[in-house]
Design a protein. Structure first.
Length: 203
């Protein structure tokens, strides 16, 4: 999967070079590329990878062909990673790349986390963005939310993009999970289950 992330960087570079001709630019990431356009390009790659894994690997092998299971304890159970775990593994892999051409991090977060530790990691801006993209009564429901925040004296662009239920492997896991709280919604196909949070340092 590393190849796709390097491809994303190449895409963002092309976008940035084109956009540099504009006099009215938004906050810039490292290299001078507009942070929002960098985040948008990364999101398209991440969303596509997540959808392919959930639909064409987990859903096919687990629910259709029934040749293997997906499980949180995937190593000891000799199972597939759950889609959210696959996403997190990729994020950690990217974090470990030294001297990235464009500095960025990403994560999968939700208003309704099954891993309660994730709930402690949300900044006020991330909570605001998740509320916007996840609330059906909000004009930004199912759309992107963007903002800026400062952490430890450093300013960041934050883009939060809707993470939708694209395969039964996604919503069935959440709906049946032992950590699911009574107030959590029961998800179905295409519901917004959370957000892909992309954070980019800006000048």
């Amino acid at each position: 999967m590393k190849r796709n992330y390097y491809s994303a960087l190449a895409i963002t570079a092309a976008i940035g070079l084109t956009s540099c001709k504009s006099e009215d630019q938004s906050a810039s990431a490292s290299g001078g590329y507009p942070a929002e356009q960098v985040a948008e390009a990364l999101y398209q790659v991440l969303k596509s990878d997540r959808k392919v894994y959930a639909q064409k690997i987990v859903n096919r092998l687990v629910n259709k062909d029934k040749v293997i299971k997906a499980h949180e304890e995937w190593e000891s159970e000799k199972a597939l990673l759950l889609p959210a775990q696959f996403f997190r593994e990729g994020a950690e892999e990217v974090d470990g790349i030294p001297d990235k051409a464009i500095d960025f991090t990403y994560s999968l977060q939700s208003k309704w986390p099954l891993n309660y530790e994730n709930a402690k990691k949300k900044t006020p801006k991330v909570e605001e963005g998740l509320e916007a993209v996840s609330d059906p009564d909000n004009p930004l429901y199912g759309k992107k939310w963007t903002g800026e925040e400062e952490i430890a004296g450093k300013k960041y662009f934050v883009g939060i993009y809707p993470d939708r239920a694209v395969a039964p492997a996604c919503w069935e896991c959440h709906n049946d999970h032992d950590n699911r709280k009574p107030e959590y919604p029961e998800f179905k196909k295409n519901d917004v289950m959370g957000g892909i949070v992309i954070r980019i340092p800006i000048n």
